[in-house]
Design a binder for this molecule. Structure first.
Ligand code: G3H
Length: 545
């Protein structure tokens, strides 16, 4: 098929109005005017920003135009100041209702919130799909995975709190040690997992007793609209406040206030670095960061080709390669390169390209127009330096629909060798000596994960040992990924700060705090009195069942 025919095919994949299934339609654009501030829905009368879907509609004359989804408020620094003041008042130097509330009651609030959003699952899933172009199946998975995460967090917090519902006596000191909240948390999630990755910091932060300022991602703002009432009614005033608007203006302003105690950001290291520096007292700031990655797959000569192809397809192209954990560089041993690439390209040609609601679809429209330009720029740069696009149709695009491209051989000096492409372009480099593959990971600025494909236990063991000091997860014969969410999700170098998992996130958003007394009779009587009289939320031995 020549380029024109491929482009014509891509063009024809965009739907007409009538092609959109009834149950997925956006009946009317959602123009959000309410903002949640200090427990109240305020009506915004200022500037707004239009939201367009990456999905384009094909008109009768063949022209394509993005679907209008609605608009949201572009609030400014004044509203950000009001949000900071509301959060600071709810925190009240740790004396607010929320930070001092018994854990069981905080859990009940989170459960109430969860029940309310579960009731709006369909609406939220539909908005995820339309706003970022994620397939319906993956949008549903994102929602359900988030609810499972919240439930697992509640179970983990009960265990944690119950384990701390006792005194310890060491060297004549009686102590009760618990975890206390840190204060005001600024939460920002990414557009590729606009709900899940946001909630994996926001929910642990809230449930531990912190108050939250939340800035929705660049794409994926409207999906929070059906949750606003749940946020408002489930939590005390000021415990959660949402800031909108130009991130590059509003967020540094919030940081410069010095009122943020924890920065929870899933984004880029450049932004994280800038935001940390905007805080007047960086020593008071804790950062929980999930940042960029360039995870490599290392394919050894004795790898099972069918399994490797299957895992590399999922690893490179799930949600169009827009996952921080995606495989973004394939390093394949020369001895197996031809065989691997032939099967890999065959499987790519079988992938379904289409609209997110289509069953079995893998490649869907990309949420930002500039992304297509950047993909093309990366390919052109590699081709100018001697690489080729190996698969038929690779790199063809129409508006937001981009045909995945396998680029080979990619080498040092090409953009694709080091830059995180975050999209459906797959760089492949051959290697002869496994040391070259190892050196690629060692010299990378990123350190999230790696996948090794092979079957020789000696060679795999020899690779695992140096790699575990370079990245935080080494996958053997499987793609890179975050799940299961109870496992640690972390990274080295420019890829992360801190560890997230159901267990670790509760710790990331709290600090061990203790109440201690000498082991004397008067102290024992005093502590007994507090416990038996149920006088403190901290000094107590209550169990949450
Ligand atoms: O974008 C980064 C996500 O945390 C990846 O999660 O590996 O389960 O897709 P996943």
């Amino acid at each position: 098929m020549n380029l024109n025919a491929i482009q014509e095919r891509l063009h024809g994949l965009f739907p007409t109005e009538a092609d959109i299934p009834e149950e997925c339609r956006i009946l009317a654009p959602l123009h959000q005017r309410a903002i949640l501030l200090n427990g109240e829905m305020k009506i915004w009368k200022g500037e707004t920003r239009a939201v367009h879907s990456p999905v384009h509609l094909r008109a009768a004359d063949g022209s394509l135009a993005p679907v209008e989804l609605g608009s949201f408020p572009v609030t400014g620094t004044e509203e950000a100041d009001a949000a900071i003041a509301a959060a600071a008042a709810a925190w009240d130097n740790g004396r607010g209702r929320w930070p001092t509330m018994p854990v069981a009651e905080r859990i009940a609030c989170v459960e109430n919130f969860t029940n309310q959003i579960v009731a709006r699952r369909r609406e939220i899933v539909n908005l995820i799909m339309w706003e970022i172009g994620k397939s319906l199946a993956d949008s549903e998975k994102e929602f359900d995975r988030t609810i499972d995460y919240i439930k697992a967090t509640i179970a983990e917090l009960k265990n944690l709190d119950n384990a701390n519902s006792r005194f310890q006596i060491v060297d004549g000191t009686i102590a009760q040690i618990r975890r206390s909240p840190l204060g005001v948390v600024l939460c920002m999630g990414p557009y590729n997992y606009p709900m899940n990755e946001t909630f994996t910091t926001l929910i642990p932060a809230l449930i531990m007793g912190n108050v939250v300022l939340f800035k929705p991602p660049r794409f994926g703002v409207l999906l929070y609209y059906p949750m606003l009432e749940a946020f408002r009614s489930a939590f005390p005033a000021g415990v959660i406040n949402i800031v909108y608007g130009q991130g590059s203006v509003v967020v540094p302003h919030v940081m410069a206030s010095g009122k943020v105690n924890v920065l929870a950001l899933i984004g880029s290291s450049k932004v994280a670095d800038r935001l940390k520096k905007a805080h007047p007292k960086t020593n008071r700031l804790r950062a929980v960061l999930g940042l960029e990655a360039k995870n490599a797959a290392i394919i050894l000569p004795d790898a099972d080709v069918e399994l490797t192809v299957k895992e590399c397809i999922a690893g490179t192209l799930s949600f169009n390669g827009q996952r921080c954990t995606a495989i973004k560089m394939i390093l394949v041993h020369q001895a197996i390169a031809d065989q691997f690439l032939r099967r890999f390209n065959e499987e790519i040609s079988r992938l379904k390209i289409g609209m997110p609601w289509e069953r079995g679809v893998t490649v869907t429209p990309l949420p930002e127009m500039q992304k297509v330009d950047y993909m093309n720029e990366c390919i052109a740069d590699a081709v100018a330096q001697g690489a080729k696009v190996l698969n038929a149709g690779g790199g063809a695009s129409v508006e937001t629909l981009f045909h995945p491209a396998v680029v080979f051989p990619v080498k040092e000096g090409m953009k694709l060798y080091r830059e995180e492409q975050f999209g459906p372009v797959i760089p492949v480099a051959p290697f002869e000596d496994v040391e070259t593959a190892l050196e690629y990971v060692i010299s990378s600025d990123h350190g999230q994960q790696v996948s090794i494909f092979g079957s020789d236990p000696d060679q795999i063991a020899q690779l695992v040992d140096p790699l575990v000091n370079q990245v935080c997860r080494v996958n053997i014969n499987c793609q890179c990924q975050r799940s299961p969410d109870v496992f640690p999700f972390a990274g080295r170098k420019d890829s992360a700060e801190g560890t997230l998992s159901v267990h670790d996130a509760l710790r990331a958003f709290s600090i061990r705090t203790m109440v201690a007394a000498k082991q004397t009779e008067p102290s024992k009587r005093l502590l007994d009195n507090i416990v038996l009289g149920n006088k403190s939320n901290f000094v107590n031995t209550r169990f949450i069942l």
